[in-house]
Ligand binder design. Structure first.
Ligand code: ZN
Length: 406
């Protein structure tokens, strides 16, 4: 088939007017000015629209959560989580997100496979399975007595302490078929007994986790907010830094030196600071978010100016405060708060975000999956155009027509 595009934004930085995309066997065969690309097979007419690569959210949790109370998260039943997460997957697709990297879920591995088999509609999922935290770390349920939380942890993270346990936990994840590992090298906002500045895991533990993943060709993502935990993660080989609230010059230099990707997840922080109090975010989470807010925006700006690849990731979980389907917010925040141009924000959500996943998505180059979105408005006139989704294609098949009233 061939797709006639009013404008084609291919995700590599190129913009072509009056373009054509030729698609064969679910992949892009060729793209370019209309007169240079053969009109093979069926014609799909998007000559009145702007065609962009399918968006990639590089940090989500497909856990079907519907509240912001961490107690509810660990008590939720997996079948209920999976059922709700299938609805979230549909919403992601309708919003133009054809790929997501899930960084902590008890159900995403199964969802990934059900979607890949065609049983459930949704984006391509690349998942870490459950995240890995130290005891008392960001992923521990330390609002519960230790005996209740157990030795291995609850909910979307499990616990590992010492190099040997870290290796064994990493190997278990790989045995389960994960696409990457998610570790936590600092405290966080929604964990009661730690602070974003606290480093978690020792260098030896981080190195053990990273070695196991890299030997199996998987990337490692680290939840890392304070500079010490960001630096320790990067020095020990972590590939992507999640959040990065407090980046000092050393951390930014290391991000550049190691060619790591920064996924700032501005969206969840903005939503918590603006409306978290109305949605049951615990008091400690509100306090820590407000304290980190300015530094977070400033760190992201400095990293972007220094040339660090910044990818879109919302950290959305499915609750009404942070619902799947509104993931385009991250592109808007990158423009409005960080100073990216609209085309740079689209690149952050396509070519750059695709650096974090082991597949050929995010750029409409020959050989890549034919995942693309037709937009009714031109994002160069305003980034909010990325919400004007007219049609969504995954592997060359039309899978959604923009937001439904699900
Ligand atoms: Zn997260």
């Amino acid at each position: 088939m061939h797709v006639d595009c009013g404008t084609l934004v291919d995700g590599t930085g190129d913009v072509i007017e009056d373009a054509r995309l030729r698609v064969a066997d679910g992949a892009v065969a060729e793209g370019g000015p209309r007169e240079d690309v053969a009109a093979d097979g069926e014609r799909v007419d998007h000559s009145g629209e702007v065609v962009v690569p399918g968006f990639v959210d590089a940090h989500v949790h497909l856990q079907g959560l519907r509240t912001m109370d961490p107690t509810d998260w660990v008590l939720a039943d997996d079948a209920e989580c999976a059922a709700r997460a299938t609805v979230d997957c549909r919403r992601l697709l309708e919003a133009g997100f054809t790929s997501v990297r899930d960084l902590g879920s008890t159900v995403a591995l199964g969802l990934r496979d059900a979607i890949a088999d065609g049983d459930v509609a949704g984006p391509r999922i690349y998942t870490s399975g459950r995240a890995i935290s130290q005891t008392g770390g960001h992923g521990d349920a330390h609002f519960l007595p230790h005996e209740w939380a157990g030795e291995s942890g609850l909910g979307i993270a499990t616990l590992a302490d010492g190099e040997a346990e870290c290796r064994k936990t990493a190997r278990r994840r790989l045995r389960n078929g994960v696409d990457c590992l998610k570790i936590m090298t600092t405290g966080g906002v929604l964990s009661e007994q730690d602070e974003p500045d606290h480093q978690q895991f020792t260098d030896a533990e981080i190195r053990a986790l990273v070695e196991e993943a890299h030997r199996a060709d998987r990337q490692v993502a680290s939840h890392a907010q304070g500079a010490a935990g960001v630096t320790a993660a990067l020095e020990n080989g972590v590939d992507t830094i999640e959040h990065g609230f407090h980046l000092d010059e050393e951390a930014i230099d290391l991000l550049l030196e190691t060619d790591a990707t920064l996924v700032p997840t501005l969206s969840i922080m903005f939503r918590i600071v603006e409306e978290g109090a109305d949605h049951g975010v615990p008091e400690y989470g509100l306090r820590k978010s407000r304290e980190a807010f300015e530094a977070h925006v400033d760190s992201t700006r400095r990293a972007h100016v220094a040339g660090v690849p910044v990818a879109t990731g919302t950290d959305f979980l499915g609750a009404p405060l942070v619902p799947h389907g509104e993931n385009a917010l991250e592109m808007e925040l990158l423009v409005e708060e960080i100073g990216l141009s609209p085309l740079e924000a689209i690149e952050a959500a396509t070519g750059v975000a695709a650096r974090t996943v082991p597949d050929d998505v995010g750029e409409l180059r020959p050989g890549a999956h034919a995942d693309f979105v037709a937009l009714d408005a031109d994002p160069r006139d305003g980034i909010e155009a990325v919400r004007e989704v007219a049609a969504v294609y995954k592997g060359g098949e039309r899978v959604a027509n923009g937001a439904s009233d699900l």
